[in-house]
Each structure stands twice: as structure tokens, then as C-alpha cells.
Ligand binder design. Structure first.
Ligand code: PEP
Ligand code: MN
Length: 465
């Protein structure tokens, strides 16, 4: 699972007086445990100053919102709602523009309308946004033309540009990540609370996107929704509730210096919340039971996800449940499986079966992206749309056969017209990568592929028992 040895830890504990949630028991225990995928900050002074500043900055999300999300996820685990989680593999500081953020939010709203309407089920909308800045890497270094430099670990650690200055691990980037997350969240809140997400504007979310088969399908669905709304309005229904939608922020809690510094004690409950995002997940590479990531996240109140790859045993899953959800609290724990289309029908049944037999209730979500990454003949990291869809289908099939709940979808997507994944109804081929491949990490579904996927998932969801 861990594919690089843990680099020596640079993370010196901030003095208790300097860190948010100063003395809460256990919050710093991770510092004594093995930890992988952490930076080696170049300058200890900059590190200390950055952590000190982060620990007194306002929370990005609020404990009350986090508690609401936990309740929503509990509903999804019971099959009474569905989680849609999507966004970039790696957000970048440069990519946090109004146009790009709004295109991504619009796309998630469009996908959720397709899912809600197609399956008559509430959809929990969640971005891999406003904090998805840290990336685990399979190698510590990258070599180009005989020059070896530290690998890019996400904008929160170092720069993508291949130069010694840019690739140095700079702790002040954590502050930039915080402020970029704050402005991203500000825009998301304005969109989703200020009337833009009103279902009566369902057509407007489609404006500006080019013509293609998925758009035509979306337009026809939007017309149906319009008709239903007009009918209800003429019956005197009150649509105040349609004006606002809940939208949650999530990211991989990889960079523990950052997560720890943003952890605060909620004055209402007296408990620690990691206020960097509503939902935090532990990646496939950092989910070892007795290591730092699992320990730290076991101590905050946020709902937690864990990515599970094809080599996860039933026993691994049970021990993660005991550690992360000892009280078996509804909505607390989500397992995000990323098995690969080739493995899912063979590997998932045993995992779900073991967890179900233990009596534990988790939310099962499919990530059909990370088990299906390939290199295109012309050298790009890509995924085939058909493999992605096949894994989603496999996920629904397995849960249907076991009588368990296929509760959500986790995708890497963007609202832009990029070419990074192959295939789709208006197929992307590898030649298009030369012009429109923008991701600094994994390939994302573009706007149209995202909508197309939503229609396919809506079909599977509507057949869910
Ligand atoms: C990711 O979500 O970008 C990621 C690295 O996933 P995983 O931990 O499943 O490999
Ligand atoms: Mn990724």
C-alpha cells in the first residue's frame, strides 16, 4: 500500500500555545507514528510561522455544517439519499478563477439534477474543492532529461514548474492554500445560497456549454422539470426552498501539518473539528491502521472517507471501522472503493459481505477513476470512459446482488472542455490531448463526459431496490 518509505518528518510540533485546539488530548499523537507522503519543508522558520498563523485564522467550514453533513451521509448509507462527490484530482492556485470554479459547480449541479430527477432521490452535493491541494506520489523524485528534482506534491507543498526553486517544499504555500480555499468557498457559497442554484434556473446552467448529445438530453430533462415546477406553482406551491442548495467541500487529508493547524474545538460541543473542509478522506496510500493519518482523523468529528483499493482485505476494513468509527455512528464513515473495472465484480462482494456480516454500517461509494488509469500510446496519463462506466455498473451490480446500498459516486471531473479521458458519446481521442490536456495530476472527465456519466448513473440508480 505505501509505495515510498516515509521521509524523515519535518513536522516539529508547534508549541501548544500556538496551535488551534491547543491541549485537546490525542490530537498530536500522530506525530510519534509512522507517516508517509509528507514534505520536507525547506525552511524551519517559515514552517513554524506558517503553522502559527494557520492556527489562529478563522475556520473555513463550521462545526454545525459538518454535523449536518454527517446526518445527510447517514441517510445515504440507508439508501435514502445519494452522494455525488466531484472535482479536480489536484486543484491549483492558478485554476481558482471565477470561471473555472463556477463551471465546476454548475456541472456538479447539473449532474445532481440528472440524478435527482432520474432516481427521485435527494443528492448530497460535494466538491473535491476548496482544499484539494496535496497529492500523494508514487516516487519522491522526478527525472527529466537527466535532471532529478523533488516530485510535484500539489500546490500546497511545491510548484508544478520543473525547477529547483519551484520544486522546493515551501511551508508558506499552506497559507496560500488556506486563502485560495477561502475565496473558492466564498464563491461556492454565493452561488449556492444566493439564488443561482434555484432549480427554476435549471436551463441557465447549460448556457455557454457547446452542443453535444449529453446537452440535448439535459435540455429535455430541464424542460420536464420546468413543466413540473409550473404545474406545482399553479397549484400554489411555495418554492422558497428551491433557492438554496447545500454544497459541501471535501479533500484528501494528506498534509497533516495543515489539517492539524486548522483543527478547532467547537464551543458548542467541546469536540475537535478539522475546519479545513466538511468531509475529509484518507487515501489508498496512507490508510495503514497504526500510522499517522488514520490516528489523526480518528480524533476529529468530521465525517471521514477511506479509499479502498483492490488489495483491501475484509479484515483491513473491519479494523478501520473499529478505529475510525468505534461507536458505529451513522454517517461517520464512508468507504470509497476504487477497485478497477477488471477487479470490482470479483473483489468487492467479499469486502462488502464481511463488513455487512459484522453488523457495521458504512456508506459505500464508488470511485471509478483511480483503478482505471492507463497511459495512452502517445504518453498521457488517461482513463477510458468505458472502463469508468464499467466499474460503476459493477458497483451497482455487486450491491444489488448483496442487498446492500450503492450509496454514492466519487469522480475526478471539471466543468471545462478539456481532453484528458478517452471516449464518451462525442469521443475524445488521444490527438486531442495535445491541445486540451490541462490536469497537473490525474485525468478528469470533461463537462460533457460528466453529464453523460450522470445519465448513466441515474439509470442504474432508478433500478436500485
Ligand atoms: C485521488 O483521489 O486523487 C487519489 C490519489 O486517490 P487514491 O488514494 O484512491 O489513489
Ligand atoms: Mn487522482
Amino acid at each position: 500500500m505505501t509505495d515510498i518509505s516515509a521521509p524523515p518528518r519535518s513536522s516539529q510540533p508547534a508549541s501548544p500555545a500556538q496551535s488551534g485546539a491547543a491541549d485537546y488530548p490525542g490530537l498530536d499523537d500522530w506525530r510519534a507514528l509512522p507517516v508517509s507522503q509528507q514534505p520536507q519543508w525547506a525552511d524551519a522558520q517559515v514552517y513554524r510561522a506558517s503553522v502559527r498563523e494557520l492556527s489562529v485564522l478563522p475556520p473555513l467550514v463550521f462545526a454545525g455544517e459538518v454535523d449536518v453533513l454527517r446526518d445527510r451521509l447517514a441517510q445515504a448509507a440507508l439508501g435514502k439519499a445519494f452522494l455525488l462527490q466531484g472535482g479536480d484530482c489536484a486543484e491549483t492556485f492558478g485554476g481558482a478563477t471565477a470561471d473555472r470554479i463556477s463551471a465546476r459547480v454548475k456541472t456538479i449541479l447539473q449532474m445532481s439534477v440528472v440524478l435527482t430527477y432520474g432516481a427521485s432521490l435527494p443528492v448530497i452535493k460535494m466538491g473535491r474543492m476548496a482544499g484539494q491541494f496535496a497529492k500523494p506520489r508514487s516516487s519522491n523524485d522526478e527525472t527529466r532529461d537527466g535532471i532529478t528534482l523533488p516530485a510535484f506534491r500539489g500546490d500546497i507543498v511545491n510548484g508544478y514548474e520543473f525547477s529547483p526553486e519551484s520544486r522546493a517544499h515551501d511551508a508558506s504555500r499552506m497559507l496560500k492554500a488556506y486563502h485560495t480555499s477561502a475565496s473558492t468557498l466564498n464563491l461556492i457559497r454565493a452561488f449556492t445560497q444566493g439564488g443561482f442554484a434555484d432549480l427554476r434556473l435549471v436551463h441557465q446552467w447549460n448556457k455557454g456549454f457547446t452542443e453535444n448529445p449529453a446537452h440535448a438530453l439535459y435540455e429535455s430533462l430541464a424542460k420536464d422539470i420546468d413543466r413540473a415546477i409550473k404545474f406545482m406553482a399553479s397549484c400554489g406551491a411555495d418554492f422558497e426552498a428551491l433557492k438554496r442548495v447545500e454544497f459541501f467541500a471535501s479533500h484528501e487529508a494528506l498534509l497533516l501539518d495543515y489539517e492539524r493547524a486548522l483543527t478547532r474545538i467547537d464551543s458548542r460541543t467541546g469536540l475537535p473539528y478539522d475546519t479545513s473542509g466538511h468531509f475529509l478522506w484518507i487515501g489508498e496510500r496512507t490508510r495503514e491502521l497504526d500510522h499517522a493519518h488514520v490516528d489523526f482523523l480518528s480524533r476529529v468529528r468530521n465525517p471521514i472517507g477511506v479509499k479502498l483499493g483492490p488489495n483491501t482485505s475484509g479484515d483491513d476494513a473491519l479494523r478501520l471501522i473499529d478505529k475510525l468509527d468505534p461507536d458505529r455512528e451513522p454517517g461517520r464513515l464512508t468507504f470509497i472503493t476504487r477497485m478497477g473495472a477488471k477487479n470490482i465484480r470479483e473483489k468487492l462482494p467479499q469486502l462488502v459481505g464481511t463488513v455487512t456480516d459484522s453488523g457495521a454500517k458504512v456508506l459505500w461509494v464508488t470511485d471509478p477513476m483511480h483503478g482505471n488509469t492507463v497511459t495512452s500510446p502517445n504518453g498521457y496519463k488517461t482513463r477510458n470512459f468505458d472502463d469508468i462506466i464499467d466499474e460503476v455498473r459493477g458497483f451497482f451490480e455487486v450491491h444489488r446482488e448483496l442487498g446492500t446500498v450503492a450509496g454514492g459516486l466519487h469522480v475526478e471531473m471539471t466543468g471545462d472542455d478539456v481532453a484528458e479521458c478517452l471516449g464518451g458519446a462525442d469521443p475524445i481521442d488521444q490527438e486531442a490531448f495535445l491541445e486540451r490536456y490541462e490536469s497537473v495530476c490525474d485525468p478528469r472527465l470533461n463537462h460533457m463526459q460528466s453529464l453523460e456519466m450522470a445519465f448513466l448513473v441515474a439509470g442504474a440508480l432508478s433500478k436500485r431496490p
